[in-house]
Design a protein around this ligand. Structure first.
Ligand SMILES: [Zn+2]
Length: 189
């Protein structure tokens, strides 16, 4: 991730969850950071500290979450300690198969455009309403190609064109655990 970000020319602050919240807040403030790439559960302690001290991280324009779902209630809470106009987006990936999806401004919770250039996504064991097990193939991982691996997620395809104009296919992840657990891939989103 950091290697990819370095290609963009941006300044990255590799703050881990081991950093104490005050250090994270001070560094974000000192460097005037404007984007957070963070797991919601790791952002929680920072937000708690901001709430305790009455401070806000007003430089943050975009918060990209991954690793786990961002629930609307958490987003609403986080927003109070960031900038009112902070945009929240999520990426969907698994440690085994790599990045699978991304959100545009039109994607709702749990909805993602698929990275077609990276992943061949399939749904199997599809039920009557179109929800099935998500399987991905990623041949771009040259050293460890992934072939038809279950992510452990239930999803259904969104057939309507996305209002954003991006023609990449979209999926909506279902809430709740997959009907049959898989040890092949543990999902993180
Ligand atoms: Zn879109």
């Amino acid at each position: 991730m950091y290697l990819a970000l370095a290609e963009t020319g941006c300044c990255t602050l590799p703050l881990g969850k081991s950093e104490d919240p005050d250090s994270v807040i001070d560094l974000v403030t000192r460097f005037d950071a404007n984007v957070l790439l963070v797991m919601p559960s790791n952002l929680g302690p920072v937000i708690t500290r901001l709430e305790e001290t009455g401070r806000r991280l007003e430089s943050i324009r975009l918060a990209v979450t991954d690793g786990e779902p961002l629930y609307p209630s958490d987003e609403a809470r986080f927003r109070k300690s960031l900038e009112d106009a902070t945009v929240f987006r999520s990426v969907f990936q698994t440690s085994d198969t790599g990045t699978i999806g991304y959100q545009c401004g039109s994607c709702g919770p749990g909805e993602f455009h698929l990275h077609e250039e990276l992943q061949l996504a399939e749904l199997v064991d599809v039920d009557a309403d179109g929800t099935g097990q998500l399987i991905t193939t990623n041949l771009e991982r040259h050293l460890t190609p992934v072939v038809r691996q279950r992510t452990g997620d239930l999803a259904r395809a969104l057939r309507q064109p996305c209002p954003c104009g991006d023609t990449a296919p979209r999926i909506r992840l279902a809430d709740g655990p997959a009907r049959s657990s898989s040890s092949e891939g543990r999902s993180s989103r």
